[in-house]
Design a protein around this ligand. Structure first.
Ligand code: ADP
Length: 477
């Protein structure tokens, strides 16, 4: 089998490889992917550092053309790349193709942003002096990504980094190197100079840790667990490095008495269970007021009966497998914890077998949960959600905000008053009214508050905050 290698200083390299396994069919090896060493990582950092002076001064048209070419190729290959994504991560083919299209759109967006880079010219408070405020590239950026969005998250970090003139050392999650390899290959062929984008696949404890220990990364943009995010933060203080962290969530979805029941059920089922609940914006706390509680639980369980859990590539699959054995164990451990804590298992909770050996778990719904239970406080990252019964809107809002996290917060209601109040008072970076907590646009900011995020927002024009540094220049007229 061919080894998909790392790209360091413009050369494909690496003989040590690991198998990329399909979670829908663990007998299937998606491919062999290089696993980089500390030396590879340091070589990649050195290459990115050497490439920075020229790339940081490259023309905006050159950056536009490369980003646009990449966006176009990803779109042209959406079915093939979507299938690769579904095979390595386990989300359904339509979800995977949707994510691939989004990656293409992100490259198209930042191709445009490259041409729109602007500064400000303002008068000084002192006569005869002009002041210019410009944005300059930050330097070498370390990009560390998780397994749950194998193409979109790399895209939304790589595209702005290149757009604003930075060079990159990119380390994707070990479980899903395939899509990352593909977009690096596309960008490399699109004409990026050697060393501008370096790919080092491999272990977090080796490749990732070497990046954290390097004094030569001007910034690290990271998406992953709270624990690793803290390591990124602590190491970055030591190296005076800018950071952008996207970590966990425990997102609430409030359902009020006046909600349109079908809208509420669609939004809640999507939020909690689509993409196998493996989205940081997934909702795992369904906070439901008394008047609609029983009808909602009934309609949700009916809905869950209609969702097929099966091979990600099979037509008609609504929910693919869990990504790997370790995550499956986490999910089933939490299901046991929920039962012990006294929540009532209203649906699911069982492993299921299908035609192919994979990590198949029923969507699992608890009722009679409280917000103090561990299943309501800790991020599970699987198809497991709990219904928490509350008296009224005020209690629902208080429970929604009573969490260490603050990424996305949803409400189902037909009341303008409550929707307006919730938008202003939900302690989250993103608020959804009558929509799932997950599913965001590519051209507007993404990010959260509290333990969910740290640093400036990703995506849209707000991405410039992280990927550039501001210079203020004064000139005597
Ligand atoms: P998860 O538990 O969801 O896999 P992690 O935070 O462990 O989340 O992983 C997110 C990314 O961080 C992955 O690319 C992983 O390899 C990387 N990573 C893990 N440990 C470290 C580390 N010590 N230093 C840097 N990166 C790491």
């Amino acid at each position: 089998m061919t080894i998909y290698q790392n790209l360091i200083a413009g050369e494909w390299t690496g003989a040590d490889a690991v198998e990329n396994i399909n979670p829908s069919d663990t007998k299937e090896v998606v491919g062999l992917y290089a696993s980089g060493s500390a030396t590879d990582t340091n070589n990649a950092i050195a290459a990115a550092k050497a490439a920075f002076p020229a790339w940081s001064r490259s023309g905006i048209w050159e950056r536009h053309v490369i980003l646009k070419k990449a966006g176009d190729e990803i779109m042209a290959r959406k079915d093939e790349l979507g299938a690769l994504l579904a095979r390595e991560e386990g989300k359904t083919l339509p979800e995977a193709i949707g994510e691939t299209i989004r990656a293409s759109q992100i490259f198209e967006f930042f191709a445009g942003e490259a041409l729109r880079l602007a500064g400000e010219v303002v008068p000084s408070v002192r006569p005869n002096i002009g002041v210019e405020i410009t944005r300059e590239p930050l330097g070498v950026i370390g990009i560390i990504t998780p397994w749950n969005f194998p193409i979109a998250i790399p895209a939304w970090k790589i595209a702005p980094a290149l757009c604003y003139g930075n060079t990159i050392v990119f380390k994707p999650a070990e479980l899903v190197p395939g899509c990352s390899w593909a977009i690096v290959d596309i960008l490399n062929r699109a004409g990026l100079p050697k060393g501008v984008l370096n790919l080092v696949m491999g272990k977090g404890s080796i490749v990732g840790q070497t990046m954290l220990d390097s004094p030569d990364l001007a910034g690290i943009t990271f998406t992953g667990s709270v624990g690793t995010g803290k390591r990124v933060a602590l190491s970055s203080i030591e190296h005076n490095r800018k950071i952008q962290l996207e970590m966990g969530g425990k997102n609430p979805m409030v359902i009020l008495d006046d909600a349109d029941l079908s809208v509420a059920v669609e939004a809640a089922a999507n939020s909690a269970f689509f993409s196998t609940g493996q989205r940081c914006t997934a909702s795992s706390r369904l906070i439901v007021t008394e008047g609609i509680h029983d009808r909602f639980v009934q309609a949700m369980t009916e809905k869950l009966k209609t969702l097929n859990v099966d091979h990600a590539l099979k037509t008609g699959t609504h929910i693919g497998p869990v990504v790997d054995e370790r995550q499956l164990k986490t999910d089933t451990d939490y299901i046991e914890i929920g039962k012990k804590e006294g929540a009532k298992l209203a649906f699911g909770g069982e492993l299921i077998s299908r035609d192919t050996p994979g990590f198949y778990l029923q969507p699992t719904l608890f009722t009679e949960a409280t917000n103090q239970m561990r299943i309501s406080r800790e991020e599970i990252f699987g198809p497991v959600a709990s219904v928490i019964r509350v008296k009224d809107y005020e209690e629902a809002l208080a429970v929604a905000n009573d969490t260490p996290f603050g990424l996305s917060s949803g409400i189902a209601t037909t009341s303008l008053k409550h929707a307006t109040h919730f938008k202003r008072n939900a302690e989250a970076g993103m608020v959804m009214v009558n929509l799932p907590t997950a599913g965001v646009d590519f051209h507007v900011p993404f990010g959260g508050r509290k333990a969910s995020s740290y640093g400036s927002r990703e995506q849209g024009k707000y991405a410039a905050e992280f990927f550039t540094t501001v210079k203020t220049a004064y000139t005597l007229a």
